[in-house]
Ligand binder design. Structure first.
Ligand code: MG
Length: 404
């Protein structure tokens, strides 16, 4: 790796792990975090979790796993050019969606409603927070502690958003920790940003899903190239492609347009971020934290990216076919939640054991918790197809008939 910039996160200067461990002989702390994430159970499950289209709807759509790999690729490319810490960006990117429920956002919204309905004081369900719960507690791989015991900087990057209420809960357990920055504004303190690598993983996530949702949208037949020509960012690069390759059509036109769009956004982030780093005069991670967010698009690209997002919201995420699937998925999650709450013995024993509130011993499946949280953790960990099978077993009806 080329030399890190002074404002990059340096593994040697990490704020460390919650359970101190000796350094690895050949890998930096962030490389080790990335490796732990890749070997985790939650990471393998991402292959069967929905991005926009359900896993059973087709083999070529993005899943959470391929999405996470695309985010890591984009993040690393930009990080290398800006001399940021590639290993840290990669670790955050690969872990950023570990907390996603089956069925994408539909599952998350349903679980949130279930938890709040059960107890209005509940922390509810937030996927960023769940990703942190996975790496902090729910993974069981090590003899001495629950979770993956990742470095502070990786955990901070994973907790991209957090409600103030939940930030207070985390702060109580971990004073001055990963949730502190979500409380600063309320306490009249200056707002703190996470490191540049976390900011970059966040923007790379956006660039990745904006591009691949176009591809998946067209593949599914829900979006057409004509419709996409209403979107400035798409139209610009499809015109450019056609100028160079008159008559090009179909998939090759789509892929070449997306490829050019992606490159343009990547170069735009590199240039705009370089300029903002210079303008802010930052020369350390400390300075980065007290500056406004510095990893960014130029104003022109930011506007184009927002209008692409609006287009995808109106035409893809709110497409009647997607909405119908979303409603079914929410019902599946609600019915699963109710079934396990009524009869927890339907869950494997490793999960019901967590009801046991005795502290001080390592439980088979993460830390002790209230039954509704254990149920939510169990459901959140499911893949689309496992949730579908469990639903059929418990409710006696196939929610997603296989289309032939
Ligand atoms: Mg994502």
């Amino acid at each position: 790796m080329n030399q890190l910039a002074p404002y990059a996160s340096d593994a040697a200067g990490s704020r460390g792990r919650r359970h101190p461990e000796p350094a690895a002989p050949t890998r930096s702390a962030f490389q080790r975090d990335r490796d732990r994430i890749v070997h985790s159970t939650a990471f393998r499950r991402l292959v069967y979790k929905t991005q926009v289209f359900l896993n059973h709807e087709g083999d070529l759509f993005r899943t959470r796993l391929t999405h996470s790999l695309e985010v890591a690729q984009l993040g690393r490319s930009i990080a290398r050019t800006l001399r940021l810490n590639e290993d840290l960006v990669e670790a955050i990117a690969l872990a950023h969606d570990l907390g996603h429920t089956p069925f994408g956002h539909a599952g998350q919204d349903a679980l949130n409603t279930c938890l709040k309905g059960h107890d209005p004081d509940s922390a509810g369900f937030e996927h960023n927070l769940q990703s942190l719960r996975v790496v902090d507690g729910l993974e069981e791989r090590y003899p001495d502690y629950n979770g993956l015991n990742l470095s502070f900087e990786t955990r901070e990057g994973i907790l991209k958003h957090c409600s103030r209420r939940n930030a207070r809960r985390i702060e109580a357990r971990e004073p001055g920790g990963v949730a502190s920055r979500f409380l600063a504004a309320a306490e009249g303190q200056p707002v703190q940003q996470p490191g540049l690598e976390a900011q970059l993983a966040n923007l790379a996530d956006e660039i990745a899903y904006n591009a691949h949702d176009i591809d998946d949208g067209v593949r599914s037949g829900l979006l057409s190239l004509d419709q996409l020509d209403q979107v400035e960012l798409f139209a610009q690069y499809s015109r450019e492609t056609l100028q160079q390759y008159p008559g090009l059509q179909g998939r090759r036109l789509l892929f070449e347009t997306i490829r050019r769009m992606l490159s343009a956004q990547v170069y735009d982030v590199m240039d705009a971020t370089r300029a903002s780093l210079v303008a802010a005069g930052v020369d350390s991670v400390h300075a980065v934290r007290s500056s406004p967010a510095l990893v960014r698009f130029s104003p022109d690209m930011a506007a184009k990216s927002s209008s692409l997002k609006r287009f995808l919201l109106q035409n893809l995420y709110r497409h009647p076919q997607v909405v119908e699937t979303t409603q079914t998925a929410q019902q599946v999650v609600r019915e699963l939640f109710a079934a396990y709450m009524t009869d927890p013995a339907e869950m494997p024993q490793a999960h019901t054991e967590r009801f046991d509130q005795r502290e001080g011993r390592l439980l088979a499946s993460g830390a002790p918790a209230k039954p509704e949280r254990v149920v939510a953790d169990y459901i959140a960990g499911m893949t689309d197809r496992f949730a579908g099978r469990e639903h059929e077993r418990l409710i006696g009806r196939q929610a997603f008939p296989v289309r032939s």
